[in-house]
Design a binder for this molecule. Structure first.
Ligand code: SF4
Ligand code: SF4
Length: 91
């Protein structure tokens, strides 16, 4: 059984496939948590792909993944071990 006290917000792990990106900036513009920014580097197509500014802020809303026209970004759910939030045993 899950108790309310055990509920934690989702955290996302972001994956960027740089060479698919066309540098449109949609993911950067629409991320509600301001997690992404366009980099100054060029990918193989000559575009500026995004980079992750602060992954800890990612709430796993998957908007970037949904909005990307090139399927160049996707997000997976971080598990509790990744977050270092292993459940402590109860007394
Ligand atoms: S999943 Fe949501 S919060 Fe995380 S980077 Fe994408 S748009 Fe931003
Ligand atoms: S939405 Fe997709 S194509 Fe556009 S900048 Fe982001 S990763 Fe690149």
């Amino acid at each position: 059984m899950v108790y309310f006290g055990e509920l934690r917000p989702h955290k996302g792990k972001i994956h960027i496939i740089k060479d698919r990106c066309k540098g449109c900036g949609f993911c950067v513009e629409y991320c509600p948590k301001d997690v992404l920014e366009l980099s100054k580097e060029y990918n193989a197509k000559g575009y500026h792909p995004p980079f992750i500014k602060d992954e800890d802020n990612c709430c796993y809303c998957q908007l970037c993944e949904t909005i990307c026209p090139e399927f160049a970004i996707y997000v997976t759910l971080k598990n509790e071990e990744d977050q270092g939030e292993k459940e402590q045993s109860r007394p």
